[in-house]
Design a protein around this ligand. Sequence first.
Ligand code: BGC
Length: 410
Amino acid sequence: MKLFKTILTASTFLGAAAAVHATELEVTHWWTSGGEAAAVAEFAKAFDATGNKWVDGAIAGGGGTARPVMISRITGGDPMAATQFNHGRQAEELVEAGLMRDLTEVAEKEGWKDIIRPASLLESCTLDGKVYCVPVNIHSQQWLWLSNKAFEDAGVPVPTNWEEFAAAAPALEEAGKIPLAMGQQPWQTTLAFQVLLVALAGPDAYTKIFGEQDAELAASPEITKVFEAADQARSMSADSDVQDWNQATNLVITGEAGGQIMGDWAQGEFQVAGQVAGEDYTCLPGLGVNEVIMTGGDAFYFPVIDDPEVSAAQDQLASVMLSPETQVAFNLKKGSLPVRSDVDLEAVNDCMRKGLDILDQGNIIQSPDQLMSADSLVQINDLFVQFFNDPNMSAEAAQNTFVQLIENAD
Ligand code: BGC
């Protein structure tokens, strides 16, 4: 497949009379919902303005579907010119195999070390002192999104924390609502579980379990509480028979469901639907229990392609993605926070403001991808999925398996 080509074009950006070589770069990502598509269009626009051409390679079905496709194209000798991964260790083996471009030169020239915050984002892109990716946003998963209308219809106040939310479930059901909207794709189940763990057991316990493989803590009563809450979440979402995360968000937008545990990319959907934070919907970071955010998100990697023009265009794309203007335009639509603090954030909504405040206070944790190897994480995530899909699996049995997996994780 021909993935990129150089074409001769008149660039209005570089001056009307100048004819320059425009390089087409195919960029893969899994941003296909309304809010995501609006955000990625900002990257395409900014890159095209350099005189090059963004060739959109959206892969539907979420990260769980997209990542294996991306990886097999890169390892199979059919690389795209740039690709999304989450911050962390998802691309580690590709970097180790020498398949990803070293961006150290552009990173040093542009002083990424000084502008990217928190430092852990650039560290996740760095292997043996070399930079292999460009972090483009800070996305956190630790949020509960609530439909103000659903609670009004049910005649109960909008909850301020997880406990109140769980207590409101019977009233919501009575009013014909699904208490908890949840898509059926496996990553959504694991996300909900991880969010419950961070919120209810606290950030320190989470970091010890995922980062230090503390199996004793995993077996403690503190974590039993988390498995019990997951059990509640399982019953509260029993009637939520949608697949994609944005379909679940839509149930909240329309007031058919009370809430959804989802990353802050859900904000993109509320915005596209014209809903206003605080009026139509409410967001509770850390489920209203532990106000903490995970500084994960998205980073772009640039597979090695033996063509100097492609390399030059890859450098330009990396640079454009971090430019102050693109950072603001992209992140406002995406619902994520910019990775640089020296940009104009006047236009952020109430929920993004909460996220920024939490970030400023330094209440941050790393993502499981940053703390644990991909192989260990797959096994733990599989357990969470199994638990949510099998109502006969008890919270106790699930916790026991969890402890064993943590013992053997790296
Ligand atoms: C990505 C987000 C994306 C979400 C849902 C996450 O892994 O970090 O950018 O919006 O998946 O597609």
